[in-house]
Write a new protein. Structure first.
Length: 226
């Protein structure tokens, strides 16, 4: 069961909303689910439900609230362009601050992890080096990972990439990450393209998506998930 909570960013005191779900069964930790550029759409809500079913308390911040509260877009060129504009308008620092607020909200009740997709994948990679209180992260097909591959990491991260991703060259990203952080696992999924965690999308292979989720969960379990 998902509800909505309001949290406050320490960066500028801005109040933003987040989808929230309590863990089913025994609590294993907290997870921050970080959206693609299309907002908190049905795929984000499906991911919130998945992690909740596994025993995690989940927050998915609406990181474009400063630009358009509650923004949700279709996965089409117009939605993409609007999302790109909102990334520029809101800025990375503000989005990371919202993620930090989610971490701080969850941390009193156990270890906190993060998983992000597309824009969210980039933000999880950056969060692992810049934010406090993150136990581990899973970064999916983030376009900013390669450019920030040499950034120091304060939390372990797993990176998931699609071989058929026309936006992000998987081998290039993998090589840059491995050169800077040999201990970081980078997985390339041969049957998948961009956005492959979104079940039912054209570039999604269900077996690849399930395997990536298993690998993310295994990392979280290795770093404190009950």
């Amino acid at each position: 069961m998902t509800d909505t909570v309001t949290l406050t960013s320490a960066l500028d005191g801005f109040d933003f909303t987040a989808a929230h779900a309590l863990p089913r069964g025994e609590r294993k930790g907290g997870i921050v689910v970080v959206q693609e550029i299309f907002g908190l759409d049905q795929y984000v809500h499906a991911d919130v439900e998945r992690w909740s079913a596994l025993g995690f308390e989940v927050l998915a911040p609406s990181i474009f609230d400063r630009a358009e509260p509650g923004f949700v877009a279709e996965h089409d060129p117009q939605g993409f362009q609007t999302g790109v504009g909102y990334v520029q308008k809101v800025g990375v620092d503000a989005m990371l601050s919202d993620i930090q607020a989610c971490i701080d909200h969850l941390a009193p009740r156990g270890p906190v992890f993060a998983v992000g997709y597309c824009l969210g994948g980039s933000l999880v990679w950056l969060a692992a080096g810049k934010l406090k209180g993150l136990a581990a992260g899973a970064a999916y097909y983030g376009s900013m990972i390669a450019a920030n591959a040499e950034a120091p990491l304060n939390a372990p991260v797993v990176v998931h990439l699609g071989r058929k991703d026309g936006h992000i060259p998987a081998d290039e990203v993998s090589a840059k990450v491995k050169a800077a952080h040999p201990d970081v696992a980078v997985h390339i999924y041969e049957n998948s393209g961009h956005g492959f965690n979104n079940d039912g999308r054209p570039d999604s292979d269900l077996d690849d998506a399930k395997l990536a989720r298993q690998r993310s969960l295994a990392l979280f379990q290795a770093h404190g998930a009950g």
